[in-house]
Design a protein around this ligand. Structure first.
Ligand SMILES: Nc1ncnc2c1ncn2[C@@H]1O[C@H](COP(=O)(O)OP(=O)(O)OP(=O)(O)O)[C@@H](O)[C@H]1O
Ligand SMILES: [Mg+2]
Length: 249
């Protein structure tokens, strides 16, 4: 569904992505792992065309978006749902209006149909009947679920989750992970890309795992490939140790 071909991204003199070859299968959950600052968020921004490679090519859904115009990228972005690291809801809008936001931007649905669709997707994330509340009235976990509903409301082909559970308590994390897995199972064609630090959860929900290191893929494979890997960098990440080949700067 998504392919990076020798993508290099340089900010100033800092090389974040270094000849990165990456491939994200269609209809599956891919988890992208990597320590902080390794370029995970930069990578998903390239997928949406929010950042452009210094060199190399980005292909999404059969389309080369590397040299796409802003107009073409606006169309391109309609394929995506995005759950931001901070749920990023508008506090002055109701939950329902927040969830309907992508529909208002991208679709020609009638207002009644939008309300119905928002209610349906809120029910799917376990929050029926809260359309009229405002985000400040919600718990962190509820906000995350509203963000998830908003990411899914317009039936995207690809949904990107940037650290969906970072900073959540273990129960909420587990619930969010389960929702991600449920949504993916329900919508067989949906391609999910989850960025995570949380190795254990990642291996629980992933069909495919990619670990970024030094601007490249250190390992790509199944969760079992990761569990079995003898690669010292992978083992260090598993063990959560500072000592090892992986450099911290
Ligand atoms: N727009 C930008 N301009 C300059 N440098 C940037 C920009 N965006 C990201 N960077 C740099 O690129 C590197 C990778 O950033 P990125 O946000 O992708 O990290 P990350 O892997 O998502 O980390 P975290 O797990 O902490 O979110 C960082 O050193 C960051 O400072
Ligand atoms: Mg990030």
């Amino acid at each position: 569904m998504i392919a990076f071909e020798k993508v290099t991204k340089i900010f100033g003199s800092f090389r974040v992505l270094d000849n990165l070859d990456l491939s994200i299968p269609r209809g599956k959950i891919t988890v992208i792992l990597g320590k902080s600052g390794e370029g995970k968020s930069v990578t998903i921004k390239h997928m949406m065309g929010l950042l452009h490679p210094t060199s190399g090519r980005v292909l999404v859904d059969g389309q080369d978006i590397t040299d796409a115009t802003e107009e073409e990228l606006r169309e391109h972005r309609k394929k995506f749902g995005m759950l931001f690291q901070q749920a990023a809801l508008f506090d002055s809008l109701t939950v329902g209006e927040n969830v309907m936001f992508p529909l208002m931007e991208h679709s020609k649905m009638s207002p009644i149909a939008m309300v119905e669709r928002a209610e349906k997707v809120l029910s799917e994330v376990g929050l029926p009947g809260i359309q009229h509340k405002y985000p400040p009235e919600l718990s962190t976990g509820e906000k995350k679920r509203v963000g998830l509903a908003r990411a899914l409301v317009h039936h995207p082909k690809i949904v990107l989750y940037d650290e969906p559970t970072t900073g959540m308590d273990p129960l909420v994390s587990e619930m969010i992970d389960r929702l991600i897995a449920d949504v993916s199972r329900r919508e067989a064609d949906l391609t999910s890309v989850v960025i995570s630090h949380d190795l254990k959860a990642a291996l629980d929900i992933a069909d495919h795992v990619v670990m970024l290191y030094m601007g490249r893929v250190q390992l790509a494979g199944s969760p079992d490939d990761f569990r079995r890997s003898k690669d010292p960098v992978i083992r260090q990440f598993f063990a959560g140790r500072v000592e090892g080949p992986m450099e911290f700067f």
